[in-house]
Design a protein. Structure first.
Length: 263
């Protein structure tokens, strides 16, 4: 039997999703807790990787069990998991659906604040930049939908057979009064470090250190070169979509962060 888990996590204390020996990871914490409950090793398959320090307000994983269980697994998991990981729902699937390979799109949101705020620092990235050109940044954000090869903003392109991604939505929202920004992007797949590199180049455009023409030339000609990532703090995996499953983002924090930064 296959079960999908709809979860969320604060990635601040973790070295990413993927299990790594002797390191604190989200996958490791969940597998340890499942082992405590079922008294045997249970491997989980996640919908994708997240980097160290990156959050997920919506994440999906699956497990396969040979036998059904007769207790409230969601309750037991939430009781025993660390406080920075929550299970929103557990869904029994009809067939052997796969949390990673069946996902048709993923959405990431990146939050920025330009005015120091100690209450935002864990979930929004602070950049003390003045006089950003927000209009140029908005135009640059929309250009991500124009191209399908993101080799120029992939940390390790040699890891992949190809670096093409189908970006179906990309937009920058700005609340000038609150000095806060939100960049949201949806695609069928993402490359390693891709979103944080996207944000880095958006900020370069906003600061006037890269023109829109130079920005577009980088993608059109797949130019490689110097790459710096934006901070991980403000990045959330916020939506995972499947052709047979609809889920709402249940994180109150995520909806709070979006306030004033949406249509």
């Amino acid at each position: 039997m296959t079960y999908f888990f709809h979860i969320g996590f604060d990635g601040g204390r973790y070295k990413g999703w993927q299990f790594q020996p002797n390191l604190r990871t989200v996958q490791g914490a969940i597998e340890d807790t499942l082992q405590q409950i079922f008294k045997k090793e249970i491997r989980v398959e996640g919908c994708g990787r997240t980097d160290a320090g990156v959050h997920a307000s919506q994440y999906v994983l699956h497990i396969q069990l040979e036998e059904d269980f007769d207790f409230d697994l969601k309750f037991r998991l939430n009781k025993n998991l660390p406080d920075d990981i929550v299970v929103y729902d557990i869904l029994e699937m009809k067939n052997k659906q796969h949390a990673r390979f069946d996902a048709i799109s993923r959405t990431y949101d990146y939050f920025i604040h330009l005015k120091k705020d100690p209450f935002l620092k864990k979930y929004s990235s602070f950049y003390e930049f003045k006089n950003l050109d927000f209009e140029a940044m908005k135009k640059a954000a929309e250009l991500f939908m124009k191209y399908d090869d993101f080799k120029s903003i992939c940390k390790q392109p040699d890891l992949y057979n190809h670096t093409r991604c189908n970006v179906t939505h990309a937009k920058l929202y700005v609340d000038e009064k609150q000095e806060r920004l939100r960049f949201t992007i949806t695609a069928n797949r993402f490359l390693r470090g891709m979103i944080r590199l996207c944000v880095y180049f958006l900020l370069e455009v906003g600061r006037g250190r890269m023109t829109l023409e130079e920005f577009e030339d980088r993608f059109g000609n797949r130019k490689d070169g110097f790459k710096r990532s934006a901070y991980p703090d403000g990045l959330f995996l916020s939506k995972v979509e499947y052709p047979y499953l609809k889920m709402e983002n249940e994180s109150e924090l995520f909806h709070f962060l979006k306030t004033g930064l949406e249509d």
